[in-house]
Structures are given as structure tokens and as C-alpha cells.
Design a protein around this ligand. Sequence first.
Ligand SMILES: Nc1ncnc2c1ncn2[C@@H]1O[C@H](COP(=O)(O)OP(=O)(O)OP(=O)(O)O)[C@@H](O)[C@H]1O
Ligand SMILES: [Mg+2]
Length: 331
Amino acid sequence: MPSLQSLVRANSLMTEAGPMIPEPFPAPASTAAPPKVPGPAPAAKSPAASAAAGGRGANRLQAIARGEKVEPALHRQVFGEKAVLEIDNFQLWYGQKKALHEITMPVPVGKVTALIGPSGCGKTTLLRCVNRMNDLIDSVRIAGDMRLNGDSIYAPGVDVIELRKRMGMVFQKPNPFPMSIFENVVYSLRIDGIRDRNLLNEVCERSLRGAALWDEVKDRLHDSALALSGGQQQRLCIARAIAAEPEVLLLDEPCSALDPIATGKVEDLIQELKGEYSILIVTHNMQQASRISDYTAFMYLGRLMEYGPTAKIFTNPLLPETNDYVTGRFG
Ligand SMILES: Nc1ncnc2c1ncn2[C@@H]1O[C@H](COP(=O)(O)OP(=O)(O)OP(=O)(O)O)[C@@H](O)[C@H]1O
Ligand SMILES: [Mg+2]
């Protein structure tokens, strides 16, 4: 039986990631210094063809691989939204190795924002930094800041436990705690010392309904959560996360261990939660990103490459590299 401390550590909810710019770049709504945007590129006939032929796109990837700084292409629309989360010139090193390079991006409130990019590009690292899970790794050093609804996440003296209560995190592999379905859902309330049975029942039902799981489990709330199917376990983890009414929901490849039917249910759920919740989701599934997200951020080797409305990223991105990635030419 795992200790309470290890359970707590295991889940962030409890305490535990040369294009042409079409219009002038506006000042961001946040207090962060406006990021620089790349200058106009010589018009490429076909972005994908350009990169594939070793053109400007390929040069940019090579430049990044050499460790050179390449400015991201940021669509102005992302700065027109109110931000729930502002990532401000954020950098991270694992020992000597820099894994995140000067990332500046607002995450809009009440929307779904997808983080995409090849394996190892830093998506999970970035997501984990939002709730300071990387504090648990000794070799990690960071610079820059993030703000949750205006409150610094990395300022000295931040109460990390209180901060994490404001966020929910769901991992790639469902991690129900070895307790009943009911106790899983109301876990955050228990941690806060809430014993009012009516309140616990109410939150349990509301969260399970919110996670589209109520009808499947309402008659066995006191059975072990470990007896649920993988897809049910993942929706239970989402119910547990939303029971705490988080200001932002962080989802790291929540469907990668699920079959297509369970994936469809979780995708429907994400669509339903949108508006009430602000969601930052990592996914390797391009169809999923295009189906469920409003905004998409493309990362490469620890850098933010392009960030904008999902429809633009998938149909008319500013960078040839983005086009190559979303069309499966690399990564
Ligand atoms: N605890 C760690 N210590 C040292 N290096 C790490 C650690 N965690 C991640 N890294 C490195 O940081 C980089 C980014 O890793 P990360 O897990 O964030 O990538 P990712 O984009 O989530 O990849 P994937 O799509 O495979 O999940 C990788 O080079 C990885 O090897
Ligand atoms: Mg990852």
C-alpha cells in the first residue's frame, strides 16, 4: 500500500507539462514584455517543399539543433484573449542541459490549448513546471516566471501546496488511488478536512457527471477504483481533478493509453468542460489536437516555434516547419 505522501507526490492535484506575419503584432494583454516576432521571410513557394528541399525551414531546424536562438511565430489572436496562465520567458535546465528555451505564451481562459511537438521537445516538462512538479527533481534549475491568474508561480515564498490546489493534472497513464471511486473523487476535499457527508456526496455526483462517468459508476461508488477499465479510470482522474474546481486543468496525453471509444469519450468530455475550465493539453495525436483545441502551440527541441489558433496552425501555419510537423513530414 503506497504511503499517503507518495500518493500526494504522484498527483499534482493534491500537491504534486521566417514566416510572413499577416498583421502588426500587438502588445500582449499580460504584463510580460512583448515577445519578438520573426521578420518576414522571402516568400517560399511551398513551405513544406522548402523545408524538404533544405530551404529556409530546414535551416531553421538546423539552427535550433546548433543551439542558436530562433524567434517563435506568435499569432496575434493569442494575445487578444484573457489569459488564465502566462508563461513568461521561462527557461529550464536539467543539470547542464537546457530543456526549455525562453518560452513566452499566454494560455487563454475557458479555452482548450494543445501543446504539440516531437518526442523530447519539452511538452511534459513545460506542463509539469506549471504546478512546480519539477521542484521534486534536484538537478532542475529554472529562470523566468509563470503567472496563474496574475499570481506568480515561481516568486520566492509561494506556498506550493496552495498553488497546486488551484490546478488539476491528469497524466498519460490513469493513476486512480487504491481506494474507492467515491474517495478518489472527493480526495481533495478530504485533504482540506471536509467531512460534511452531504457536501461530499454532492461534489462526488457533480464531478462524476462532469466527467461523463456518473451513469457507469453510480451504483458502485464504494467499489475499488482499480476495478474500473482504463478509459473509466482516466475519466475518474478527470473527475478527481475537477472536484477541486481548478483554475487550469493540465492534461498530459490523457488518451494515449485508451482505445478509440474511450478516447472519444474523453475528447467529448474535454469539449464539454471547455468554457467552465481552462485546459492545457499535451497530445501527439494531430487529429485530436485539431478536433478539440482552440489554440495550438508547436514546440521543437525545447523552444516554442509557433503558437496560434488551431485552424491556422493546421491549415495555414506561418512556419514551414509547423506545416511539415502537422502533416507528418517529420517528428
Ligand atoms: N528528469 C529528467 N532529467 C533529465 N532530463 C530530463 C528529465 N525529464 C526529461 N528530460 C529531458 O528533457 C527533454 C524534454 O523531455 P519531456 O519529457 O519534457 O519531452 P516531451 O515533449 O514530453 O516528450 P514525449 O512526447 O516523448 O512525452 C528530453 O530531452 C528529456 O530527455
Ligand atoms: Mg511527454
